[in-house]
Design a protein around this ligand. Structure first.
Ligand code: PMP
Length: 331
């Protein structure tokens, strides 16, 4: 494959059969290898979708600054794209995210602001702070900044509808019975589910929600309530984003870290792939979906990002013990 620029490296990721999970479930379970994108995560697609639509609408002007509030991965995707297209980036991120993501953003050249991790209704929340920065830049120099707004900018969902969902349909030859993943902005779940249901309305859609997120309760009882917490970064929200709005979920599931993490430890130990925490939640969701649907089905989930991004946390026995989580004997 020959590509003209960085954007050409985004998407068209392989679909990997998850051997142990499939054997355990009696189903064919596949993971979409989003960690193979050039920025190392699924969020490169979101970044590309948002940047392309902003250039087309004129919201992002040549040489302008892209501002975004992010758990890190969207910031990484936006920064590599910005570098390749002649834009700048201002990235706002909660300081409790992994130091590997923070260091990577610094390496890539993002102008980074770390803020306290607070609730969404706090005006200092990273999402609101990013909007305020873009507003101030535009006040000083009209048209100089564009806030990507991944949570409510539906160019995010549209990108997954056009690319991720279509790829999954093609790669399974239309034989996919179910799709399941967790939600950060909801762009992936909303876009992929719309694409697959359009092809086959019988495709079942599962939500794998970590503890500390309100979506499991919302989709099972209508209440945006949450309890507990998760060490998985980039997923779990307490409000309904524009991207997620209108998405129909067949099977909402709440997944604990203790249930999910052993799956990525085994995947590394026995299948050689090292993944982050959201992929663990997704894999556990796929397994539960398989149990619910019975043997013989084809189930697809997302392998969101590579595990080295969390080496100091998820792959660190001291950190795991401090959270009361099980540590694999070989780690
Ligand atoms: N996993 C990781 C590691 C992420 O960074 C994100 C995005 N924040 C997601 C999953 C969720 O993807 P989406 O925003 O499309 O819901």
């Amino acid at each position: 494959m020959r590509v003209p620029d960085l954007a050409g490296l985004i998407g068209n990721t392989p679909l990997l059969k998850l051997r142990k999970l499939s054997e355990q479930a009696g189903c064919e379970i596949y993971g979409k290898c989003e960690f193979m994108n050039p920025g190392g995560s699924i969020k490169d697609r979101t970044a590309l979708g948002i940047v392309r639509s902003a250039i087309a609408s004129g919201a992002l002007q040549p040489g302008g600054t892209i501002v975004e509030g992010t758990a890190g991965n969207t910031g990484i995707g936006l920064t590599i794209l910005a570098n390749s297209m002649g834009f700048g980036t201002r990235i706002v991120m909660p300081m409790n995210q992994s130091r590997e993501k923070i260091e990577q953003l610094e390496l890539l050249g993002a102008q980074l602001e770390l803020v306290q991790s607070t609730s969404y209704d706090d005006p200092n929340h990273y999402i609101h702070r990013a909007k305020a920065i873009a507003g101030k830049l535009n006040e000083e120099n009209p048209g100089s900044a564009f806030c990507a707004g991944q949570f409510d900018n539906t160019a995010n969902r549209d990108m997954h509808y056009q690319s991720t969902g279509q790829e999954i349909w093609d790669q399974t030859d239309g034989e996919v019975d179910a799709f399941v993943c967790s939600v950060g902005t909801g762009g992936t779940l909303a876009g992929v589910s719309r694409a697959l249901r359009e092809k086959n309305p019988k495709v079942k859609i599962g939500l794998a929600d970590p503890e500390g997120s309100a979506l499991f309760n919302y989709f099972s009882s209508g209440d945006l309530l949450f309890e507990g917490s998760s060490i998985a970064e980039g997923i779990g929200i307490s409000h309904i984003t524009e991207n997620l709005a209108g998405t129909e979920i067949d099977i909402p599931m709440q997944i604990t870290d203790a249930e999910a993490l052993p799956l990525i430890y085994d995947l590394l130990r026995f299948e050689g792939i090292c993944l982050g925490g959201s992929s663990a939640i997704n894999m556990a969701g796929a397994l539960r979906m398989a149990e619910e649907m019975g043997p013989g089905h084809t189930i697809v989930t997302i392998l969101c990002d590579y595990g080295t991004r969390y080496q100091s946390k998820i792959y660190n026995p001291v950190f795991l013990k401090s959270k009361g989580l099980p540590v694999p004997d070989w780690l």
